[in-house]
Design a protein around this ligand. Structure first.
Ligand SMILES: [Fe+2]
Ligand SMILES: [Fe+2]
Length: 206
C-alpha cells in the first residue's frame, strides 16, 4: 500500500466489519460529517438497489465507501492522484474536488480490500456518472443525490423522486439535466458527465 494511504490508517485498527471500519476511518481522520453521509448513502443505495433490482449488498458497500477520499484535503488531491497512479483529466486538475471519486476507488481497493470491479467503478463515477453506466453506477449516483451532504432539501429532489417512478435511469437523468441547465455556473463540466448527459438526453429528451 502506498505511504499516503498507510498514514491514513495509522491511527486506527480495522476490525473487518466494513461499515464500522469506514465510519471509524472517516471520524479518525477528521471527517465525522462525511462518516454520517456515507452511512446514509449506503442505506439509500441499498433501498434503491432493492427497488430497481440491482445487488443490494454491492450497492450498500459502494455507498459506504464512495466519499472516503474526503480525508485527503482538496489541495493535496492532485498530487495524491499522481502518486497513486490515477489518470488525471485537465478538468480535474482545474477543479480537484471532482477527482475525489477516483481517489475513493483506489482507497476502497487498497485500504478496504474491495475487489469487485462493479463496486469500484460505481464509486469511481458517483459524482459524474459516465457513458454506458451500469445499474449499480446509477444506484450509487442517485443515492448520493437523495442523501446529499448538505443541509436542507435538495432543490432537484421533487423532479428526481418523480422520475424514479418511471425508472432509475430517468432519475439519474433528472439530476444530470438539472446540472446541465446550470452548467455555466459549474466550475468545470467533467467529460464523463457530458458523456452521460448526451447518452441520456438522446433517450429521454431535454
Ligand atoms: Fe462524492
Ligand atoms: Fe457523497
Amino acid at each position: 500500500m502506498h505511504a499516503i494511504l498507510t498514514n491514513l490508517i495509522q491511527p486506527m485498527s480495522l476490525t473487518g466489519d466494513l461499515k464500522s471500519d469506514v465510519h471509524t476511518f472517516l471520524t479518525a481522520n477528521g471527517s465525522p460529517h462525511t462518516a454520517t453521509h456515507c452511512m446514509e448513502v449506503g442505506s439509500e443505495a441499498r433501498r434503491l438497489a432493492e427497488r430497481f433490482h440491482a445487488d443490494p449488498e454491492a450497492a450498500e458497500i459502494a455507498g459506504w465507501l464512495h466519499d472516503i477520499s474526503t480525508v485527503i484535503p482538496n489541495h493535496e488531491r492532485i498530487e495524491a492522484a499522481r502518486q497513486l497512479q490515477v489518470d488525471i483529466l485537465p478538468e480535474e486538475e482545474r477543479f480537484p474536488m471532482i477527482i475525489h471519486q477516483k481517489l475513493s476507488k483506489v482507497m476502497a481497493r487498497d485500504i478496504f480490500k474491495v475487489t469487485d470491479e462493479e463496486i469500484l467503478n460505481a464509486i469511481s463515477c458517483h459524482t459524474t456518472l459516465r457513458a454506458k453506466s451500469t445499474l449499480l453506477d446509477q444506484v450509487v449516483f442517485v443515492a448520493d443525490k437523495i442523501a446529499w451532504d448538505q443541509t436542507g432539501t435538495p432543490p432537484y429532489i421533487d423532479k428526481l423522486t418523480d422520475s424514479l417512478n418511471t425508472s432509475l435511469a430517468r432519475g439519474a437523468f433528472a439530476y444530470i439535466n438539472y446540472l446541465w441547465e446550470r452548467k455555466e455556473t459549474l466550475r468545470v463540466v467533467h467529460p464523463w458527465l457530458k458523456d452521460a448527459y448526451e447518452e441520456l438526453v438522446a433517450d429521454f429528451g431535454g
